[in-house]
Design a protein around this ligand. Structure first.
Ligand code: AMP
Length: 195
């Protein structure tokens, strides 16, 4: 199978060529088509399998699809279309880097991370601005939700990355709380090494 058969936007196939990828990995072949079709998914896959691209390519396709819609008026906080929850700050940073790499040719792409252990200031500024993809650890996102600074009413796709680790770390209640703040009609995609 080649990347062409996945029918990705030209800006994404160009980024994949730039990255030197010639063909999708197994998880990419199996997870990207149903993700693009808007299905909810539970994917069993570990680090090193190419799972981050299988999350980010459909996420970026959503961003590209919404970029043809009118931008919200200045001063309104629209909130992200895609929300990715990760168990750790390190993983959030890796996922954000992948989003920027695969999205390098997507015009005006805005990716923000909201993680613990770093000052609130920059996060608050980014949460107020135009935002396509938000990557967050559950604890810090809950802080921003409770203070009314995070707006999740426009989330179309919720991704739980390393869901098994998040459950092991006791994030079940925060995840429920966050999911409740997103629209019911969203797509939910769950990645886990084990189920
Ligand atoms: P991940 O499982 O997402 O952590 O990815 C593991 C590594 O595989 C990363 O360094 C990616 O850059 C790389 N990778 C992802 N997809 C492909 C692909 N289709 N072909 C070659 N390398 C890839």
């Amino acid at each position: 199978m080649s990347f062409e058969t996945l029918n990705l936007h030209e800006s994404l196939t160009r980024a994949l060529t730039t990255a030197g990828y010639t063909a999708p990995t197994e998880v990419q072949q199996r997870a990207i088509p149903p993700a693009l079709a808007g299905q909810d998914l539970m994917v069993s896959s570990s680090t090193g399998s190419g799972k981050t691209a299988s999350i980010m390519l459909p996420a970026l396709m959503r961003v590209l699809a919404s970029s043809s819609q009118p931008r919200p008026p200045r001063g309104t906080v629209a909130g992200p279309r895609v929300l990715v929850l990760t168990p750790t700050r390190e993983l959030a940073m890796q996922v954000a880097k992948a989003a920027m790499d695969y999205g390098r040719f997507v015009p005006h792409l805005s990716v923000c991370t909201v993680v613990g252990g770093v000052p609130y200031g920059l996060q608050l500024k980014q949460l107020r601005g135009p935002l396509d993809i938000l990557i967050a650890t559950p604890g810090r996102l809950i802080d921003h939700l409770e203070s009314g600074k995070a707006q999740l009413g426009n989330v179309e796709m919720l991704v739980l990355d390393e869901a098994d680790r998040m459950l092991d770390m006791g994030f079940i209640d925060p995840i429920h709380h966050i999911a409740k703040a997103t629209p019911k009609a969203r797509q939910t995609v769950m990645y886990s090494a084990t189920f």
